[in-house]
Design a protein around this ligand. Structure first.
Ligand code: IMP
Ligand code: MG
Length: 177
């Protein structure tokens, strides 16, 4: 049987203080009529904490959700981004902040930005919990970023391996042995 070992990279306290700081940065940098577009599933825990941090810093953003998929159950991106579940809000003329878990090749975020641009969003910014710059294939960077990491596979705090480990309170790197 395959055993997975997880090594803690960012514990709950470290995540909480970074998310509080991000909320303050966003509240300072973005307008009060901001629409947050949460990319599911991996960012649902991060987005829940981030939205409360933004609110605590004085900005009451609106929220909508979109499920995008580029991974199967493996640890390599397929390169094919699919809209599994679409937004319910009209984004035309809106200032939008896309919130996602990880910027890797950049395909997921590039796809989301293209989609919102086609729907005539007035301004599109991005907020990512994690960035793996070594894996980038597209010319795209996060406007707001939690942490930079190397080329490792991570789980916890909403992130999964084969839809497992999303409930871990920390972010850890996983190795199959
Ligand atoms: P990209 O489209 O290559 O930038 O991949 C980004 C997406 O792949 C993220 O939104 C995650 O859902 C997923 N992903 C990338 N790296 C990891 C990881 O280390 N753990 C869990 N999911 C990951
Ligand atoms: Mg994702």
């Amino acid at each position: 049987m395959v055993q997975e070992q997880i090594e803690v990279l960012f514990d709950a306290d470290r995540i909480a203080s970074r998310v509080t700081a991000l909320g303050q940065e966003i509240a300072r940098g973005e307008p009060s009529d901001l629409l947050i577009v949460v990319i599911l599933k991996g960012s649902f825990v991060f987005a829940g904490d981030l939205i409360r941090a933004i609110e605590a810093a004085g900005t009451s953003a609106r929220v909508d959700f979109m499920t995008l998929s580029s991974y199967g159950s493996k640890t390599e991106s397929s390169g094919n981004v699919r809209v599994v579940h679409d937004l319910s809000e009209d984004v035309e003329g809106q200032t939008v902040l896309i919130v996602d878990d990880i910027l890797e090749s950049g395909r997921t975020i590039a796809h989301a930005c293209d989609l919102l641009r086609k729907r005539k969003a007035a301004d599109i910014k991005t907020c990512l919990l994690l960035d793996k710059p070594e894996k980038r294939l597209m010319d795209i960077e996060a406007d707001y970023l939690g942490f930079e990491i190397g080329d490792i596979f991570v789980v916890g705090y909403g992130l999964d391996f084969a839809n497992k480990y999303r409930g871990l309170p920390y972010i850890g790197s996983i190795r199959a042995s």
